[in-house]
Ligand binder design. Sequence first.
Ligand code: IPE
Ligand code: IPE
Ligand code: MG
Length: 256
Amino acid sequence: MTHSSSTQEIPAPGAVPRHVAIIMDGNGRWAKGRRLPRIAGHRRGVEAVRETVRACVERGVEYLTLFAFSSENWRRPADEVALLMQLFQVALASEVDKLHRNGVRLKVVGDTGRFDPAIRRLIEQGERLTAENRRLTLTVAANYGGRWDILQALSRLLAQSPAPADRVLDESALAPYLAMSYAPEPDLFIRTGGEQRISNFLLWQLAYAELYFTDTLWPDFDAAALDAAFASYRQRERRFGRTGEQTAAAKRAEVA
Ligand code: IPE
Ligand code: IPE
Ligand code: MG
């Protein structure tokens, strides 16, 4: 199933965001503050992931998307990259069964071809095992970049149906080829760790997401921090280009 774009159709409002996308930032600083190696922060970050997944399931979030490794993160020191890969592999090996028992569908988006075959195998197995689960779809963005996504979608679209010179492309032609075509666009974007930037995360899909930035470092993020983000989300008026009056009228019609 594909979902129409927020620039084409206005999604139904809800108290709980249907799709939450998070840039989990601040692991390194969390560790540094405790005079620990950066990897200790990444390890604690995995615990924050567990808690966030659990909290999202409890609150009825349908899609949770986590930025785990960006296409730019290869620039980090080789030993940190190697440890992150190892942590990803261990987390996949140890968490997938638990996710499955809890009705969570796992998806991994990004250019996974660059990963070790063992990691690629675990991704395939995890996605296959959990494919029918619908309580929550957990997407892990790994070696993901928003620009990569748009370009891979365009390349696949053109490979499917080579374009005559006069062909006009529209959004709905490209959308099915984007890496997250199975999900509606994020309603709420959260970035922990204090930076206020998108860092090449879901560029296309965040067109109308509500943006929420918190200084909380990712390893300290928990259910209460998630609720604070949701409380902020509930205060927002999502206009999607309309006036405030139109938005309020549409909301009244929804409630009636
Ligand atoms: C986010 O934490 C995790 C990854 C990018 C893999 P960081 O490692 O970026 O933590 P800071 O920003 O250095 O504190
Ligand atoms: C963004 O965090 C990527 C992930 C959380 C995976 P970074 O810490 O790498 O972002 P920048 O480079 O500071 O923007
Ligand atoms: Mg960072």
